[in-house]
Design a protein around this ligand. Structure first.
Ligand code: F3S
Length: 388
């Protein structure tokens, strides 16, 4: 990799250990993937925040970066933590809360905004065609495919290193030639709701390795549907972007057909329980304003049944913007939680064994990461179930 003289100095430690170790991570990564240079990034988004998923091991590393004076060079945001400040914070041991707050504090000391959301694009939408270093797979695929920004699927450490240097190696989808679709997915089924879109993502993600699909047949879809499609694709596979407009196809591509049965079977296979659910969870990835509005409309004038828990997870930014809808949800005894989600918190410790969700990504991960049974169903059905 070619380094400028300033980059060489950073590499050799002339600007301190925090920048040296970050530069070394980026150069190693770049060399592994055949990058020729570092390119400036507009922003970084860093996963690896929830103390539940992170554990103690990386905390020493973050402390060392802070002690060495490491500060981010570009606007940087972080993924959800393991609890929200109001509802869940009271339900976990003090020790867990202290550790979690310490992790967030360390990130803040490096100049990172404690946004604690997996949908940073609702807070600040990156520009079309700009380069990013993001490390939340659902946000990466959304940025590349829906927002038209350019980011590889970083790991937490490489996104943090990129934030501290303000640059990333130029490989993968940072190059125009690697952003072309190379497999056509013909969807032969009408997708009814966001859950069908998520299930399509899980089904296709399993079939692809790291190809870039272009979908045909997504006649009516919202950005929220595309968010679910991307989250599904990036969960069951390594896909970093997709196209959903056929005009982006330049040549004849290998074609995969998706039938109605593929969607139905995926939803059935992701559902491990059809019993009553202890928790009904909406907001993976974190809800948009429109999704909170839909929940409020569905809940208006109803009550969540005693003994049921309904969580709607979003960012604090969206929650503030959605105040009137949040009030409707609260009046119905639902909980609008920010800074966390059901996957990255200790739901099992709250006595939750079964969960219903409209998110195919959550249904894909929760049985292993949270050791709970899951029912996957649309938002409408989830809300109906919560009031039954
Ligand atoms: Fe976000 Fe949690 Fe889903 S971090 S993408 S809501 S698993």
């Amino acid at each position: 990799m070619h380094l400028t003289s300033e980059e060489e100095k950073i590499f050799n430690g002339e600007f301190g250990w925090a920048y040296q170790v970050s530069m070394r991570i980026l150069v190693r990564l770049g060399e592994l993937f055949g990058a020729t240079q570092l390119i400036p990034i507009e922003s970084a988004h860093i996963s690896g925040v929830s103390y539940k998923t992170l554990g103690d091991a990386p905390i020493d590393f973050f402390e060392s970066l802070v002690e060495a004076g490491g500060k981010v060079q570009v606007p940087s945001t972080v993924n959800p933590s393991s609890f929200d400040p109001e509802y869940l914070a009271k339900r976990f041991p003090e020790d867990y809360l202290k550790k979690q707050l310490h992790v967030v504090d360390l990130y803040e000391k490096m100049g990172i905004k404690p946004t604690l959301t997996c949908t940073p694009y609702y807070l600040r939408q990156p520009k079309l065609g700009c380069h990013l270093a993001w490390s939340e797979s659902s946000a990466v695929i959304y940025a590349n495919s829906v927002l038209g920004s350019w980011t590889n699927r970083e790991g937490g450490p490489s996104a943090l290193a990129a934030a501290l240097i303000g640059k990333t190696p130029n490989y993968g989808v940072h190059k125009a030639e690697n952003r072309e679709a190379n497999v056509l997915i013909e969807v032969k089924s009408t997708l009814r709701d966001e859950t069908d879109f998520g299930a399509l993502g899980i089904h296709v993600g399993k079939l692809l390795k790291n190809e870039i699909p272009v979908f045909e047949g997504l006649s009516r879809c919202t950005k929220d549907d595309l968010k679910q499609l991307g989250a599904g694709l990036a969960s069951s596979g390594m896909t970093t972007m997709f196209h959903y407009q056929k005009k982006s196809i330049k040549e004849k591509l290998e074609t995969v057909f998706v039938e109605a049965d593929d969607i139905k079977n995926t939803i059935e296979n992701l559902s491990t329980s059809f019993e009553r659910s202890d928790l009904i969870f909406i907001g993976c990835p974190h809800c948009s304003l429109r999704e909170i509005q839909r929940v409020a409309q569905a809940l208006k004038g109803k009550k969540v049944k005693k003994g049921n828990e309904l969580w709607i997870c979003t960012s604090s930014h969206v929650r503030e913007t959605a105040e009137k809808y949040v009030n409707i949800i609260k009046e119905a005894d639902g909980h609008v939680l920010c800074n966390t989600c059901a996957v990255v918190t200790w739901i099992k410790k709250l006595g939750i064994d079964t969960m219903m969700t409209n998110s195919a990504k959550t249904a894909y991960y929760a049985p292993t990461l949270n050791e709970v049974d899951v029912t996957l169903a649309s938002m409408t059905k989830c809300i109906e179930e919560s009031c039954k």
